[in-house]
Ligand binder design. Structure first.
Ligand code: ADP
Ligand code: MG
Length: 681
């Protein structure tokens, strides 16, 4: 048993107390069948009026199932079982009195429960309603809910005996800022409540998560996360870093040669970076800027601060195509300044790679641009002092770490085009300082977005004709449900052929992820030169690509993409002075979340609003792409719901670090023990 519990990170009694329910079920009262409604999860009791095996015909398959009609004095409901034993079928026979727990669903004009839990009632058996709401715990194979429930019952019993030191309330002293619930709600009461909420607490109130007990624990959990992130940050920043220059004449010359003036937002961020790198500890700064806000210029400016001090800078991008684009931009800018830029990607040929490794290690290359290939073991830098990471959310925490190890403790500038709402950024990236480029270069017109069903394809083609006639260029993006890149690329190839047949007078190009780098580059160059009118692409163009004359984007099956992906794609248009538009085509049927996403896209162009909506629709784990790493998995806190706690959490964390450092470790151990990932963030 101990072995199985260890898989749930349950080692000590305290761990059991902090193994919190995922949700609750209300089995405290038996509900009249006549009062049921769709999606109610309830206990019912009734007598079987009819029970028979029948077959469902969905598609080609016939499925055997047992249909049971259950009635009480108020009404009737159907119970449907797809899997059932002979013995169960006998239990469910006509005349049996049953007690069931399940979710009622409306199916055409009647209510059903599919696979309810059930027990047969006999005259002797007096089944009682549960006295508290029933917690449902996170569990693992081989550990039954009931086992956990009994285990927790035992530990709660111990806790509630007089004289025990099972649970220390670290926040009872002066450690935290004054919060109404930390004063009124003591930890022991909160733990008792969370595991066994009394029957008179409405389930809906619990689901909202705003009960003082829930808030008390959520606060402590957020605090523990914050303390752990701060600790990490201190560890990183206690290392010495090179003190760099403010970029000097190099930077001035670069800015003078740019064909445009910096936006004030860009200038502000560059100034902040100058301050960061003037200190002998590593900069850890996250720059958020909407698609097209001009992050590349800021990245190059940061690189020059290292180069001007005689050091190297590295720029890492998540995809080959984006890294190439940076390489091209950087090479042009560096040329003017007489600097050399090296290139390194996974696809770099052996001979070129050897040359590149040589100029990286002897310092001839001032700036190195590439994909994560930059951080393989055989890459040795001459003296790396600045690392810029573009599109941060695409990189795992591990890659960030790997690159930290290259320059003993290089300054880090992390750029993300997925604007993250402030509270989420603070919580998720607690180890980073955050700056925002909250302004687009002048002369941009917002992209007008329309949402059309697949059936309107002829209209879309007419639109394409009109746009090309006006001299503008078009992206046509293909998406596919399957995660298979091969199939995506095939679909794009087929689309290109079909569109070319329909519009023989235009030049239609194709770019996808499986093309050779040189071919991709050639196509992108043709598109830039306006030799291609319409570019069919897979989602590889999602990030970074910059062709200002493109003013129309068509996205096929837009319903398959997430909000941030759609926003990134749409950011490819609206970069020139012409009014741009984006057509989101969808196929029916649309799920309700897909419908919401498309509506959000139609209504707003602001990356920040979109990120907020995204968070509401999907939840933080998915937005940050950290579901797998567990980085954002909370037991009870919810950073969207608990937003109003975050300021208190930050203030309290500061307070604790300053005056109550003895409780830092115990709090982190209580809430984060076992999540090894944390040590590596
Ligand atoms: P992103 O933030 O999406 O990486 P880019 O750095 O690719 O944006 O910039 C988008 C476009 O805006 C590029 O064509 C770039 O040259 C241009 N740009 C950047 N800064 C300015 C500015 N201050 N004024 C005008 N155009 C700018
Ligand atoms: Mg960019």
């Amino acid at each position: 048993m101990a072995e199985k519990l260890a898989r749930l990170n349950l080692h000590r009694l305290q761990d059991v107390l902090f193994h919190l329910p995922l949700r609750y079920e209300d089995r405290t009262k038996t509900v009249a069948i006549g009062s049921l409604y769709h999606s109610a999860r309830v206990v019912i009791e009734g007598v079987v009026e009819h029970s028979a095996i029948s077959f469902s015909r969905s598609g080609r398959q016939r499925r055997r199932m047992l249909m049971v009609h259950l009635a009480d004095t108020s009404g009737a409901i159907k119970l449907r079982f797809f899997n059932f034993s002979k013995a169960q079928q006998e239990t469910l026979c006509k005349g049996s009195r049953l007690r069931c727990y399940g979710e009622a669903r409306r199916v055409s004009n009647h209510l059903e429960m599919i696979h309810p839990e059930f027990t047969k009632l006999t005259d002797q058996s007096a089944v009682q309603d549960e006295k508290t709401l029933t917690p449902v715990y996170p569990t693992t194979e081989g550990v039954h809910q009931l086992t956990l429930k009994h285990l927790i019952d035992q530990v709660l019993a111990l806790l509630n005996q007089a004289d025990n030191d099972l649970l220390t309330d670290y926040l009872s002293g002066a450690a935290t800022t004054k919060l109404p619930f930390t004063q009124s709600m003591d930890l022991k009461a909160a733990i008792n409540f969370i595991h066994r909420p009394p029957a008179d607490v409405p389930l809906t109130a619990l689901e909202e998560g705003v009960h003082p007990s829930q808030q008390r624990l959520a606060f402590e959990e957020l605090l523990a996360h914050q303390l752990s992130l701060q600790q990490l940050r201190e560890k990183i920043q206690s290392q010495a870093a090179d003190v760099l220059s403010d970029g000097g004449e190099l930077l001035q010359l670069f800015l003078k040669r740019l064909p445009f003036a910096l936006t004030s937002a860009q200038a502000k961020v560059i100034e902040v970076v100058k301050k960061d790198i003037a200190l002998a500890r590593p900069m850890l700064r996250l720059v958020q800027g909407d698609v097209g806000s001009g992050k590349t210029v800021v990245a190059f400016a940061a690189c020059l601060m290292a180069v001007n001090a005689g050091r190297q800078a590295a720029v890492m991008a998540p995809t080959e195509i984006l890294a190439e684009q940076h390489f091209q931009n950087f090479s042009v800018w560096a040329d003017v300044l007489g600097l050399k830029v090296a290139w390194l990607s996974g696809k770099t040929k052996v001979k070129q790679r050897r040359e590149m490794l040589e100029i990286i290690s002897n310092g001839e290359a001032s700036i190195v641009v590439g994909t994560h290939a930059l951080f393989q073991n055989d890459v040795a830098f001459h003296h790396l002092s600045m690392v810029v990471i573009d599109e941060q959310h695409r990189f795992g925490v591990h890659q960030r770490l790997a690159l930290k190890n290259k320059g003993v403790s290089a300054h880090q500038l992390i750029m993300t085009a997925t604007p993250i709402p402030r509270t989420l950024a603070m919580t998720a990236y607690g180890d980073l300082d955050v700056s925002v480029i909250d302004e687009l270069p002048p002369g941009r017109t917002p992209v007008k977005t329309v949402v059309l069903p697949e059936a309107r394809r002829p209209d879309v083609i007419r639109r394409v004709h009109a746009a090309i006639a006006e001299g503008s260029q078009i992206y046509w993006v293909c998406t596919l449900v399957e995660e298979s890149e091969v199939l995506q690329c095939q679909a794009a190839e087929e689309t290109q052929i079909l569109l070319q047949e329909q519009m023989p007078e235009f030049s239609i190009g194709l770019v996808h992820g499986r093309m050779k780098a040189a071919d991709k580059e050639a196509v992108m160059q043709q598109f830039k030169n306006k030799d291609i009118n319409l570019l069919v692409a897979t989602t590889v163009i999602e990030v970074g690509v910059d062709v200002p004359n493109a003013s129309l984007m068509i996205i096929e099956n837009a319903e398959r993409l997430g909000l941030s992906q759609l926003h990134q794609l749409r950011g490819r248009v609206g970069r020139g002075s012409a009014a741009s538009s984006c057509v989101l085509m969808y196929s029916k049927p649309l799920s309700s979340t897909a419908k919401k996403r498309l509506a959000v896209m139609r209504e707003t162009n602001s990356g920040f609003d979109i990120a907020e909506e995204d968070l509401k629709i999907r939840g933080p784990g998915e937005v940050l792409g950290t579901k797998q790493t567990g980085m954002m998995q909370f037991r009870i806190a919810d950073i969207v719901r608990d937003e109003q706690l975050i300021a208190h959490v930050h203030a309290s964390a500061e307070n604790i670090i300053k005056d109550h450092s003895e409780i830092v470790e115990p709090l982190i151990r209580r809430w984060l023990s076992g999540s090894e990932q944390y040590g590596e963030v």
